[in-house]
Design a binder for this molecule. Structure first.
Ligand code: PLP
Length: 454
């Protein structure tokens, strides 16, 4: 049949990630046709401000011609090559050099991968390899936190601390130890200061390490700001206290910079914003502004040296992906990093972040707003049924999803994590565009409040 609608063709051809397939059949897809700047347009021509930069990634917005040109040129010159077995290519080398130069702590090598999940999966494999190299075959347990998001491969799903990624997948793997989420608003005890909260979390971490045996614990994974877990900004002294515990027991810190990397929190990396000294950093998303899939790990000497020794001994480092450091993706990433530097993206973020952060805090007195949190150009508004007692809405109401649907009506794309509404716009967003985004959010919040009141 030739008269099938786009919606019908979508429904009959695709199983969508992170989507309720039954509900999808009822409401159909929002088909995005093109984008320009901080806006995308659907197939009817309606415009939306992309309040989440797609999936926290399109830092330079849509329509950046320099990235198009970089991709086209590399496509013509060398559309594919790889890094296996002593082969190399210039875009990968240039990217490795740039990333090492940007690193906030001394890093020894870059390893190029294709997605955030692959980068974290690679980190897990490096941790095991290193432990074997060091003659510590039992020191392989890893710690990740409740509400963390580190990917969805069979291994990284277990690092991820969200039920939706575990239920019916027979996950998580019990070898992943779970630490508390540093969300003071939800996790702080009555009368406990933010500082005391951080101290308690560090003490709980130490107790867990001691109970497991420090000789069995290899690494701690952490996003500087948790993204998919609801945009959790840790207390300022949280990471320094956690770092002290990790140092004491010779445990590696893996900073998952997939969302926070490249300016999102106001510094080049979230690790700088929060005083982390990672041994491994994983990054993706903003690395290519989402224009092409690419991710990377930076590893320090402490990780590199045993890996080199072991690989030398057994003959090869037996890990790598066909598309790891793909030349077209790498060329686009190099160009992206050049643009961040030339346009001084960090200064721009410093300039406009208060418009977003103060603007959102302007909603803090709204009866449905429990907490507004954020830093740089990442933020969340958490909706609650009772402000005083912080009581959440009954999840079956879908209040967060309803707000997101109303925002879409008003031309604003946001994302709900439960009843926390996330903001992570393109980093190039202007103050005026932020004001417009906040205005559209205000309309959606009012609609949602009226719906809840019914
Ligand atoms: N780590 C973090 C912090 C993320 O936010 C994500 C994706 O949202 C990932 C890892 C996984 O990245 P990918 O979806 O590219 O596999």
């Amino acid at each position: 049949p030739t008269n099938r609608t786009t919606a019908e063709r979508d429904i009959e051809s695709l199983l969508h990630p992170y989507t309720n397939p039954i509900r999808h059949q009822e409401i159909g897809p929002l088909v995005i046709a093109r984008g320009q700047g901080v806006r995308v347009f659907d197939d009817t021509g309606k415009d939306y401000i992309e309040g989440l930069a797609g999936l926290w990634c399109t830092a330079l917005g849509w329509g950046e011609e320099r990235l198009v040109a970089a991709a086209a040129e590399q496509m013509r010159t060398l559309p594919f090559y790889h890094l296996f077995g002593h082969k190399s290519h210039d875009p990968a080398i240039a990217l490795g050099e740039r990333l090492l130069a940007l690193a906030p702590v001394p890093m020894a090598r870059a390893f190029l991968t294709g997605s955030g999940s692959e980068a974290n999966d690679t980190a897990l494999k490096m941790i095991r390899y290193r432990a074997n190299a060091l003659g510590q075959p039992n020191k392989k347990k890893v710690i990740a936190r409740d509400r963390a998001y580190h990917g969805v491969t069979i291994a990284t799903s277990s690092l991820t601390g969200l039920a939706v990624n575990h239920r019916s997948f027979d996950l998580p793997d019990p070898a992943v130890l779970r630490a508390a989420c540093p969300h003071y608003y939800r996790g702080g005890r009555p009368g406990e200061s933010e500082e005391a909260f951080s101290t308690r979390l560090a003490e709980e971490l130490e107790a867990m390490i001691l109970a497991e045996g420090p000789e069995t614990v290899a690494a701690f994974f952490a996003e500087p700001v948790m993204g998919a877990g609801g945009v959790v900004v840790p207390p300022a002294d949280y990471f320094p206290k956690i770092q002290a515990v990790l140092d004491k027991y010779d445990i590696l810190l893996v900073a998952d910079e997939v969302i926070c990397g490249f300016g999102r929190t106001g510094k080049m990396f979230g690790s700088e914003t929060f005083g982390m000294r990672p041994d491994i950093m994983t990054m993706a998303k903003g690395l290519s502004s989402g224009y092409l899939p690419i991710s990377a790990l930076l590893i320090n000497e402490r990780v590199l040296a045993p890996i080199v020794a072991e690989a030398g001994r057994i003959g090869t480092f037996g890990h790598g992906y066909t598309y790891g450091g793909h030349p077209v993706s790498a060329a686009v990433a190099v160009e992206t990093l050049k643009i961040y530097a030339e346009r001084d993206i960090l200064s721009h973020v410093a300039q406009v972040a208060p418009v977003l952060q103060d603007g959102l805090r302007g909603f803090a007195n709204h009866p449905m707003v429990g907490e507004v949190r954020g830093i740089g150009l990442i933020a969340a508004v958490e909706l609650v049924a009772d402000k005083e007692t912080k009581t959440p809405f009954d999840p079956s109401w879908g209040v967060g999803a309803t707000l997101v649907a109303r925002a879409q009506d008003h031309g604003l794309i946001l994302r709900a994590m439960g009843d926390s509404i996330a903001f992570s716009p393109p980093l190039i967003i202007t103050a005026d565009e932020i004001s417009e985004m906040l205005y559209r959010f205000a309309l959606a919040l009012a609609d949602t409040a009226a719906w809840v009141a019914e």
